[in-house]
Design a protein around this ligand. Sequence first.
Ligand SMILES: *[C@@H]1O[C@H](CO)[C@@H](O)[C@H](O)[C@H]1NC(C)=O
Ligand SMILES: *[C@@H]1O[C@H](CO)[C@@H](O)[C@H](O)[C@H]1NC(C)=O
Ligand SMILES: *[C@@H]1O[C@H](CO)[C@@H](O)[C@H](O)[C@H]1NC(C)=O
Length: 350
Amino acid sequence: MSDLQNDRPKAMQIHLNPKNIFWCCVIIGFVYLAFLIWGKDDKFPELAVEIRDVISYAVLAVEMGGHAVAKIYQENSLNIKSKGNTDVGKEELLTRADLVSNHLILGLLKRFPAMNVVTEEKNEHMSESEVEKYRDDNYDLWLNVRGALEKIPSQKYDFSRMSIWIDPLDATQEFTEGLLEYVTVMACVTLDGKPVFGAIYRPFYNETIFGLVNWGLMNSQGEKIALKSPDKVPKTIIVSRSHTGQVKDLADKVFNGTYTVEKAGGAGYKTLRLINGTAEFYIHTTAIKKWDLCAGDALIRAAGGELIDLDGQPLDYSPDSEVVNKKGLLMAIRNPYSVLSRIRNHMPPK
Ligand SMILES: *[C@@H]1O[C@H](CO)[C@@H](O)[C@H](O)[C@H]1NC(C)=O
Ligand SMILES: *[C@@H]1O[C@H](CO)[C@@H](O)[C@H](O)[C@H]1NC(C)=O
Ligand SMILES: *[C@@H]1O[C@H](CO)[C@@H](O)[C@H](O)[C@H]1NC(C)=O
């Protein structure tokens, strides 16, 4: 009896000794690591990421990039006026806005070192001091969009399946012309080469629209966006400002003159026109880069629509895919395939 009583405190002493607890933790740690490394069919563990985190950073990125675009525009329009030198001024303005926005966006996305990021200006470098004054405080930005982002459902995916496509300044030509309503900054998250999330920011209107596929569309106040009923959508086809003629001829044949063809700059802007029901189709027949399209593709899918090329295929955004889409495009919230078959009947055979 007395032996037992003496034993107990001893056993407890050994158990609570900090050294033993430490070694116990070390051993458990190693066993856990070994389990992680060898537990899954001898493969190195994949890194899973919460898509909500990626989305938060994508939204912060477009807003920070967009704020820089707006600030640079204001500075430069003052410069251009004072120098009286428009052409060179435009060139400088564009390059700076593009590169600073790109730099800030890539900086934020470094938070995910394993993430594949596809962007036009990937190899251009700017000095930190040059971009520093355009950098917003992450926390302030986040406070603005917190309400919206909290509503996004939680889902985890492996990094290797995801990539981010960014367009640091869409509608660059219009930007240099001062047609600021067309200018957007876009980011798109893809999973297995398909768009799942898109964010389009309008720097001169301080508006962000984002869409998560199979979930819906939202603005930065966290309000869900409802689609206009089909009978309220005008019979308008929105097309690029640079190749209007070709699409107008096609549209006149396909719709027998019942649709209005409207020119506008920027693929991001054109997508937003479909989203708010002020145009029904977006048609493009010449080559276009995929970073111009990815975010809009995600938004239109989130709205229940489609973006397809004129062969009827969805675009592939795998990071190693061709960045130029040469097959034209049709974007529509409703009936894309029936319209496509009408278009194809009027296209010259290949
Ligand atoms: C931009 O909009 C957000 C709300 O979405 C607001 O909190 C912020 O103050 C606005 N910024 C400017 C410069 O108007
Ligand atoms: C096309 O429109 C014209 C009048 O604008 C009309 O006479 C013609 O019947 C229409 N054709 C078709 C196939 O609907
Ligand atoms: C529709 O969206 C475009 C692009 O964001 C905007 O310029 C336009 O004012 C909007 N129109 C309506 C009626 O909401």
